[in-house]
Design a protein around this ligand. Sequence first.
Ligand code: UD1
Ligand code: CA
Length: 433
Amino acid sequence: MKKVSVAILAAGAGTRMKSQTPKVLHRVSGRAMLDYAVLAALEISDDIQIVLHHEFDAVKAHIEREFGSRVACVAQDFARFPGTAGAIRAVLPRYERVIVLNGDMPLIDGAFVKALASRGEDIALAVFSCLEPSGYGRVVIKNDRVLKIVEEKDASEAEKKITTVNGGVYNFSRKLLERYLLRIEANNAQKEYYITDLIALAAADNKSVSAVWGDEYILMGVNSKEELSKAEAYHQSSLKAKLMNAGVAMRLPETIYIDANAVFEGECVVENGAVILGKTKIVRSVIKAHSVVEDSQIIDSDIGPMAHIRPNSEIKNTHIGNFVETKKAKLSGVKAGHLSYLGDATIGEGTNIGAGTITCNFDGKGKSQTTIGKNVFIGSDTQFIAPVTIPDNVIIGAGTTVVKDPNEGDLVLSRSEQKSIAGFFFKFFGKKE
Ligand code: UD1
Ligand code: CA
């Protein structure tokens, strides 16, 4: 494939999102919308320029964190040249073909962009058919010739009825861009320089302009929070379909949420209502109903129902039951069946965690570690006042508050002695049988 340059337009204010967060950083399946355009671009190009203006520093910092120096950020002269054509002015393409993507198309995929990038016309543009075209530029095609794109705000009533819309992905010859970009004027409802005006300028000069058909599931643009949720629903269902076809079993998949960064290996089961967030890795494990797993590793284990596995937990050969919460916990060969908080803890093989066990990891100022060895039997309602270390082979009696390190082989107890006052009940309530 010939080398192409890619420009990703991401400088707009995104006013319709009504948000403090820059529009292109809003997330779909856990990744910023802009990332999906960058990932598609990385499949075809080594010259990728992202055009920024609003929240320049925040968006640039995000891009550097995610993609390092593989993509460049350039600044639009927004005060003088607002609009999508103004954005393109900021780009200096290295190659003969320039692929343009909008930064607000989270469903875009590499295969579609690759197909568009292989075209050789003066302009090839992605279009799709849309039953509710409102918000998109309408593509005027007559006798198979693309004549122009009319933005919603500038469209006549007849033009508004056109259901063929502009997807916001283009393949331009660089020569054509150089020739026509400076001729674009801001004579429109928004007083902006529209990239879409290139189409009418080129068509009027008999340049070759082709429409390449895609569909809404790939080209949808996101301008509002409602569209964001619709895009995420599409994205989730295709992501889960791929995972199921790769061998992950899901019960009622439409109720399950899975982050795009999550990885599954071996045969896994995910039950209804489960939420898998962040860079989570699940290997040969079962995530039962309504459990939440975030940025953690689960290997040969079963989790839940209704468990909360918080970031940096590493769970191997372990059974986690209902209402168990972990955070930064390394558990290997452990049983924690009910109602526990295990935070900043390392727990060894064969250890049984009784119901109501709590690692008291926070003293109001800082976090401390609880280390528990192998084959420790922990009775119900035990608190570990961290930092504390329990060696292998220890029994801790129910209701114990552990404040200092015991020795291997100990029984640890901290209960006050039980007293009984005979007949007190009847005296107190003044009745008998
Ligand atoms: C744009 C197209 C429309 C198309 C739709 C597809 C134009 C004029 N209209 O409309 O035909 O159907 O996308 O989703 O291009 N941006 C800049 N600089 C700016 C303005 C915008 O970089 O000065 C960026 C935005 O950050 C965004 C992208 O360009 O990522 C598109 O801008 P947006 O305002 O969302 O355009 P639409 O109205 O959706
Ligand atoms: Ca848009």
